[in-house]
Design a protein around this ligand. Structure first.
Ligand code: FES
Ligand SMILES: [Fe+2]
Length: 469
């Protein structure tokens, strides 16, 4: 067969020019100062699209969203639309949602089950693995010279970490395990994804909203801003919880987290050194007998199956952590660089909430979120756990709208270029990062703190500095 003359793959656009001396000056993480220019400057935004989003490992979903061959979801890697699909062989692939012929989107829906993808412009067809399988009247018009292997959808590198699907455009990036680092892997496997307990089950569908604020402001909020929770932003939510508790309300929502147990809370930091990305976990409780007693008491009202499950979880984690400096019980919030945030809500009686913050220009982002519950939990707990997430950080809940209001006002106040120069204060608990219990993966420090925000910007700066490929 005569093959069509090969056209070399298009190279990525020229790297954005950015004044790195100014960026370096803007990110004084050592002294806890960061200038708002890195959140608002369009040139910096352009540069980070290449240096951060084209190189990082990014979360694109969970394998539970594509359970069967032919199942797909769409998502984004930065501003790049992608399709996450399970092929006939059961492999999960991630492909750029852009036709190789004239660049049309080939998949127009959020999710579904298909045999392949057909472009709506001229009808080129692609398999579930992105391979070009056909073009209308191919023999006639292309004289059988269309080099189909060369004209499939662009594919990203994919890694499945205990069900969580990551992808990167950087073929030379470190492995996902190296990118996460040993301590982050431990926390994500054991606590975020509850792997020793049977893993997580996804509630169907994404919730999405466009929102003001640079993606970094939202990511840094999840990775480490526990200060705003109790100090100002979420007092309405906390008052509601307090009210419900005082009323002895059996209403299943809005009674968690209980106002407090006597157990202190900590901030956990992992990764962020060398090639591994930073992860932060906020409001972590360790050896939380008060939290366990609270959960057990609620389980007793839900039946023996619920009690058994709460006891089983406790036992399982006690075994897992028996040689450590303490047994972590729960965490409230967390994030992994660059744009992945999650909520654990302290307790197994609440589900897990996952979010990605996709950049949409320097002043906006799009939040894509989904909810998961522990797969082996009794149904009565699954129902309760999912409802609590929906009423919590979800856009229709009592938490997220208060955050969005802040971001909207930050854009207005810090948007004018004149206001970018004065450094913002990121100095909470500076120099006290290690003042927590030893013997637990990562670094445990006081809560609240801005240690994880400082590590977030340190790593962001390092990625911005890395030599262009
Ligand atoms: S743009 Fe897709 S077939 Fe032409
Ligand atoms: Fe918040």
């Amino acid at each position: 067969m005569v093959t069509q003359k090969k056209v070399s793959a298009p190279s990525s656009s020229a790297p954005a020019q950015v004044d790195m001396a100014a960026v370096r000056e803007a990110v004084d993480w050592v002294n806890g100062r960061v200038n708002a220019s890195i959140h608002f400057d369009p040139e910096i935004y352009r540069a980070e699209a290449d240096r951060v989003f084209n190189r990082a490992w990014l979360v694109v979903g969970h394998e539970d969203m594509v359970r069967k061959p032919g199942d797909y979801i769409t998502n984004y890697m930065g501003e790049v639309g992608v399709i996450v699909a399970r092929d006939r062989a059961g492999e999960i692939g991630v492909m750029v949602n852009k036709c190789a012929h004239r660049g049309n989107q080939v998949c127009l829906f959020d999710r579904g089950n298909v045999k392949g993808f057909t472009c709506s412009y001229h009808g080129w067809s692609y398999g579930l693995d992105g391979e070009l399988t056909g073009a209308p009247m191919e023999q006639h018009f292309y004289r059988d010279e269309l080099d189909k292997p060369a004209w499939g959808l662009e594919r990203a590198r994919v890694a499945n970490f205990h069900g969580l699907i990551f992808a990167t455009f950087d073929q030379s990036a470190p492995s996902l395990e190296e990118w996460l680092g040993e301590d982050t892997c431990w926390w994500v496997e054991n606590y975020l994804l509850a792997t020793p307990l049977g893993g997580l089950e996804s509630m169907p569908g994404w919730h999405r909203y466009h929102s003001p604020g640079n993606w970094k402001l939202v990511s840094e909020n999840f990775i480490g801003d526990n200060y705003h929770v109790f100090s100002a932003t979420h007092v309405a939510w906390l008052s509601l919880i307090q009210h419900n508790l005082e009323q002895g309300s059996k209403h299943p929502m809005l009674t968690y987290p209980a106002s407090s147990t006597e157990t202190p809370m900590w901030e956990v930091s992992a990764g962020g050194e060398g090639i591994s990305a930073p992860m932060g976990l906020g409001m972590v409780t360790i050896d939380d007998e008060g939290g366990y007693a609270r959960d057990l008491a609620e389980a007793k009202g839900l039946g023996p199956e619920a009690v058994e499950w709460v006891e089983y979880r406790r036992q399982k984690y006690a075994e897992l952590t028996k040689d450590m400096g303490g047994s972590p019980y729960g965490f409230m919030n967390g994030g992994i660089f660059p744009n992945f945030g999650f909520m654990g809500y302290f307790s197994p009686m609440v589900g897990r909430h996952f979010q990605t913050f996709h950049p949409r220009g320097p002043r906006g982002h799009e939040c894509w979120q989904w909810t998961m519950v522990e797969r082996d939990a009794p149904q009565v707990i699954k129902d309760l756990a999912a409802q609590r997430v929906f009423q919590g950080q979800h856009m229709a809940g009592v938490i997220a709208p208060d955050d969005v209001e802040n971001f909207e006002r930050m854009v207005e106040a810090a948007g004018p270029e004149r206001n970018w120069a004065r450094p913002l204060h990121y100095g909470l608990q500076l120099g006290r990062e290690n003042e927590g219990p030893d013997g637990i993966p990562g670094i445990v420090g006081p809560n609240p703190s801005e240690v994880d925000q400082r590590r977030f910007y340190k790593f962001w700066l390092e990625m911005m500095e890395r030599k262009q490929a």
